[in-house]
Design a protein around this ligand. Sequence first.
Ligand SMILES: Cc1cc2nc3c(=O)[nH]c(=O)nc-3n(C[C@H](O)[C@H](O)[C@H](O)COP(=O)(O)O)c2cc1C
Length: 203
Amino acid sequence: MSQTGIIESKLPGDPLELFRHWWADAQDKSGMLEPTGMSLATADAQGRPSSRIVLLKHWDSRGFVFFSNYTSRKGRDIHDNPHVALLFWWDKLRRQVRVGGKAQKLPERESDAYFANRPRGSQLGAWASQQSRPLDSRETLQKRVEELDREFGSDPIPRPPHWGGYRVVPEEIEFWDDGEFRLHDRICYFRDGEQWRTERLYP
Ligand SMILES: Cc1cc2nc3c(=O)[nH]c(=O)nc-3n(C[C@H](O)[C@H](O)[C@H](O)COP(=O)(O)O)c2cc1C
């Protein structure tokens, strides 16, 4: 059963405004384990898709930010094809949000600032992991972390050049709200220059 339903006359012109309400509900009320988790779908240069979960670390009117390894499979996909899709499924609220847009690397200083505030263990992990490459054993990774720990000593750990943020600049956002008898609400926002156009879709 829908918590609120979506009523056209009350829809904000800016989808980020509606996202702000749904995001707040997901963080505050849902009691879900990882409400910041979202699926990120990419496609490679041949159009072959792949998806995985990443955490949304920041969002604002410019877009949705997550952090990763730039040389990972997703990083290589985004390099070749910046079109991506994000998907939130907030099960306790029975709501889904789909975002389509283009991913772009965050400015270096923004990635630096985020990295500087990460726990030291995560900073070492970012240096040690060649994300998505074959690894012969867990021990190899563990040893590499220990080596790096000794090398950096008590110095602050800089951000590795292969690690940083992406901002997904939305071109469309769909809000899906569970309705009775599968009569769900689906409201799509499409970017139209500086404005957004909305459309209701059949469920
Ligand atoms: C709950 C959860 C959160 C995750 N958060 C991130 C994240 O923020 N960034 C990231 O690179 N990988 C994250 N991962 C790991 C990814 O799902 C994925 O395994 C990894 O990024 C490699 O993906 P790729 O080989 O497609 O590039 C997370 C996994 C889970 C299950």
